[in-house]
Write a protein that binds this ligand. Structure first.
Ligand code: B12
Ligand code: SF4
Length: 440
């Protein structure tokens, strides 16, 4: 029986050790989905390195490695070890897709973007010829008839309280820094609502009462979101996702979303300065509306998580200090920050490279925690220092207490209060080790 081994690599911490956790709270969906596309005469194993050890002496015929951000570099090390042992090594996912020419130097095959057509072709090639092609690039035009992901590959592991379910893939917007925009270039595909519901029902059948809806901006399709929520409501599930903060602007839709069980959403608010937001090609996002939007969302019962960027051409030491005040003043329960990182392939990288403002090509440094370009109004080293200052302040006991424990909205939902506290202490632990507080 042929065997495929899927590996989701972890990343390195500042002290050179691999990041490990006792459980993973938010596992990705790519491998359970690809496992469901694997013919039944294949044996399948999944290793998520943040919780699993890698057996380099596996009997697998093909080793398929995921590439998410800077964890890709651990993936390249893993690839090299398996290549030494004569295995066929394949890479796919965002980084390998965007930087496929580089990835091809290290592995036998790269799958660019969607794998729904490419992956079965690759397995078929292996069965027919004993080898695989160097590149598979077959984008899909519709996101339908997807099989139910093989969730048992996740439930066998130490995972948290939710499983992932995908609704859409891509995004209509094309923000200059974003990997989604870079790969999908404005293409946004939605799964039929009934297929999404089928997967949510499967999650429920497996004993979970919570799921994470994978979709980058579901609010951009209000009709779809409404229909989806109306069908989620009777399932009495709780769910989390991420979307544009515009959700606050549509009270009727917000109510439908909340009533369907959504109690946690992540919003890319990016910056407190409008010129910074504009410079990221996100002009529809209005900085002066952040506070009122956050209030509306929090009052609706949705726990607000925010994603923000520091290091645009408009950031200064002061704007970063003001960002801390903004987070505290608005009692944002789950904030996250990244240093603006121009990923090769994005418009932002092209612009900065042309202007001679990239400091390094060493992708290992592109982890969102250090400045790799020259911003206009702050020295790169100062930016990195201020990034850690911001994280240390935000995840200080004082700030956690203020934003979470003294947050009246959270007291209305004790489950989310405890959840937010747990996430903050988890992130605090990561910040202390100088790792992006993101893995969860
Ligand atoms: C869930 C998630 C996580 C989870 C789980 C991560 C995990 N390792 O499984 C958590 C929260 C832990 C996480 C962490 C990180 N993430 Co993340 N994450 C996501 C998210 C929201 C969903 C991923 C998913 O399951 N999608 C659904 C599946 C079905 O789609 P897919 O992943 O695209 O997979 C399809 C194809 O790409 C392909 N495919 C994918 N992988 C592979 C591998 C092989 C071998 C093959 C053949 C095919 C293939 O097959 C699938 C079917 O077509 C995406 C955003 C998104 N919309 O996808 C970001 C995203 C992938 N994450 C991203 C990043 C940067 C990170 C971090 C580096 C953040 C950080 N600074 O710490 C870490 C890295 C963690 C790690 N060690 O791997 C970026 C990647 C950008 C890039 N250029 O690589 C994304 C795109 C977010 C963004 N908007 O920028 N993440
Ligand atoms: S709206 Fe979000 S997902 Fe869409 S391109 Fe912009 S940053 Fe990326």
């Amino acid at each position: 029986m042929p065997k495929i081994l899927f590996i989701q690599p972890t990343q390195y911490a500042e002290n050179g050790k691999l990041c490990k956790q006792t459980k993973i709270n938010l596992p990705g969906l790519a491998f359970p989905l690809l496992a469901a596309y694997t013919p039944s005469h294949w044996d399948v194993e999944l290793l998520i390195e943040v919780v699993d050890e890698i057996n380099f002496d596996t009997e697998a015929d093909i080793v398929a490695i995921g590439t998410m951000g800077h964890a890709t570099f651990r993936g390249l090390e893993i690839a090299a070890e398996f290549k030494k042992r004569g295995k066929i090594v394949v890479m796919g996912g965002y980084m390998a897709s965007i930087a496929y020419k580089e990835a091809m130097k290290h592995v036998d095959s790269v799958v660019i973007g969607d794998a729904e057509i490419s992956y079965p072709k690759m397995l078929q090639d292996y069965e027919e010829t004993g080898t695989v092609k160097q590149l598979y690039n077959y984008p899909i035009q519709e996101l339908k008839n997807l099989p139910v992901p093989r969730y048992e590959l996740l439930t066998q592991k130490k995972i948290g309280s939710m499983l992932p379910v995908q609704a859409g893939r891509g995004c209509t917007f094309t923000c200059s820094f974003c990997s989604i925009a870079c790969l999908y270039e404005g293409k946004y595909l939605f799964r039929p609502v009934d297929e999404v519901i089928r997967d949510i029902q499967e999650v429920k059948r497996l004993g979970f009462n919570r799921f994470y809806l994978i979709d980058d901006n579901i609010v951009s399709n209000p009709k779809y979101l409404r229909e989806l929520c109306e069908k989620i409501t009777p399932l009495k599930m709780k769910w989390a996702s991420q979307c544009a903060i515009h959700l606050a602007k549509n009270p009727e839709l917000l109510k439908i979303v909340r009533d369907s069980g959504c109690d946690l959403m992540s919003f890319g608010v990016e910056s407190i300065q409008q010129d910074a937001i504009d410079s990221l090609d996100k002009p529809w996002l209005k900085a002066n509306e952040h506070e009122s939007n956050i209030k509306i969302l929090a009052a609706s019962g949705i726990t607000v998580s925010t994603e923000m960027i520091v290091g645009t051409d408009f950031d200064t030491e002061k704007s970063i200090r003001d960002t801390y005040e903004f987070i505290n003043r608005n009692k944002i329960p789950i904030p996250r920050f990244y240093i603006l990182t121009p990923i090769p392939g994005t418009d932002l990288h092209t612009q900065l490279k042309e202007q001679g403002r990239m400091l390094t090509d060493d992708l290992r440094k592109f982890d969102g925690t250090r400045c790799v370009h020259i911003p206009n109004m702050i020295e790169p080293e100062k930016l990195t220092e201020m990034y850690w200052w911001l994280n240390n302040k935000v995840f200080s006991i004082k700030s956690i207490f203020h934003r979470v424990v003294l947050n009246k909205q959270l007291w209305k939902n004790p489950e989310m209060l405890l959840f937010s506290l747990g996430v903050n202490f988890h992130y605090r632990h990561y910040v202390k080790r100088k790792i992006t507080p993101n893995i969860f």
